[in-house]
Design a protein around this ligand. Structure first.
Ligand SMILES: Cc1ncc(C[n+]2csc(CCOP(=O)(O)OP(=O)(O)O)c2C)c(N)n1
Ligand SMILES: [Mg+2]
Length: 350
């Protein structure tokens, strides 16, 4: 899936050159997008470094390349909205406002992590941030997000249940059942597929006759749209429009956000199923770099202001790394704490 294809697939016909785009949003919004994306990028680079040193072990899927989605989530929904996503989730958690220190400590398996070191890379969670976490089972969070939306509707709130998943989950039966129920009951759910072109090493083109995933919504008459996921403005616009629709009580909305992951599926994947040229074509429209250029070229903020953000994030990452390193592992005696246990579960006979 080349960047050209992405251009064709999305409604944005604008050039990716930063200078040609008009500044549509406030300085604060552009700087927020840059800060969130830069934080995610640097956090993930630190994660890969820590993994190479074996401070982090096991499964680990980084968000590098997909940062524009995180940026838009930080500005287009409210802290009261609920969010659930898949296992490629470090960046989404940071965008929701989880602290770099508690996220890095979670990756290290330390007791100071956001789920006390028992969740790891795929299972961050924070009640305080209305972040229902990552999920290791492909597509399993789709019915969970739909259920969260039902709870919001039942309680009469105006909050969204943002339910995110990868293109690999778009063929799971659970999606079709959830879409059907959500449309029937007009649930306040925003479904987002982060289409990065591949499920592990399998391209979208190899798994279905329908390559434009937003079209899946039409079988349910669910409003659906493709989005340029390399551009925070486009993602923000799309989420804002969808959120307005959902909050007005009209029911769900489905966005296919077309993006790309620069690294392999996980740290152990050399990504040999794609060409170097394909990767290069996306790196040329890198959201972190193009947003920085846009800020500078359009004089939205000075180089000094941008550098201040970068320096603060570099310091934040050093601090997060040291914090994780120096924290303790959970105690063995805490192994069964915080696990769900139904004392009177009737189906175990012995
Ligand atoms: C139900 C289920 N089937 C298979 C797997 C193995 N698996 C883990 S990740 C993955 C690919 C998912 O790709 P996608 O949804 O596109 O997410 P991405 O990694 O691109 O972010 C698969 C098949 C799983 N975790 N759960
Ligand atoms: Mg994918």
């Amino acid at each position: 899936m080349m960047a050209e294809t992405l251009e064709k697939k999305t409604t944005s016909k604008k050039s990716t050159k930063s200078t040609t785009k008009k500044s549509k949003y406030s300085k604060a919004t552009y700087l927020k997008w840059f800060e969130v994306m830069y934080r995610i990028r640097k956090f993930e680079e630190k994660t890969l470094f820590a993994y190479s040193k074996q401070y982090i072990r096991g499964f680990c899927h980084v968000y590098i390349g997909q940062e524009a989605i995180g940026a838009a989530l930080a500005t287009a929904i409210t802290p009261d909205d609920k969010l659930v996503t898949a296992y490629r989730q470090h960046g989404v958690a940071l965008a929701r406002g989880l602290d770099s220190k508690s996220c890095m400590a979670e990756l290290f398996g330390k007791s100071t992590g956001c789920v006390k070191g028992k969740g790891g890379s795929m299972h961050f969670f924070s009640k305080e941030h209305n972040y229902f976490g990552g999920n290791g089972i492909v597509g399993a969070q789709i019915p969970i997000g739909t259920g969260i939306a039902l709870a919001e509707q039942y309680q009469g709130t105006k909050h969204l249940a943002v339910t995110m998943f990868g293109d690999g989950a778009a063929r799971q039966g659970a999606l079709y059942e959830s879409f059907n129920m959500a449309m029937t009951w007009k649930l306040p759910v925003l479904y987002i597929v982060e289409n990065n072109g591949y499920a592990m090493g399998t391209s979208v083109e190899r798994t279905s006759n329908v390559h434009e995933l937003y079209k899946i919504g039409s079988a349910f008459e669910m409003p659906s749209a493709p989005v340029d996921g390399m551009n925070p403005e486009a993602v923000h616009d799309a989420i804002e429009k969808a959120a307005k629709h959902i909050r007005s009580g009209k029911g769900p909305y489905f966005l296919e956000i077309n993006t790309y992951r620069y690294k392999g599926h996980s740290v152990s994947d050399p990504a040999k199923y794609r060409t170097k040229d394909e990767l290069k074509s996306y790196m040329e429209i890198d959201p972190v770099y193009t947003t920085e250029q846009k800020i500078l070229d359009n004089k939205i903020a000075s180089e000094k202001e941008v550098n201040k953000i970068k320096e603060a994030i570099h310091a934040e990452m050093e601090e997060a790394f040291d914090f994780a390193l120096k924290s303790d592992y959970p105690l063995g005696s805490e192994l069964y704490d915080d696990n769900y246990l139904q004392e009177d579960y009737p189906f175990i006979m012995d």
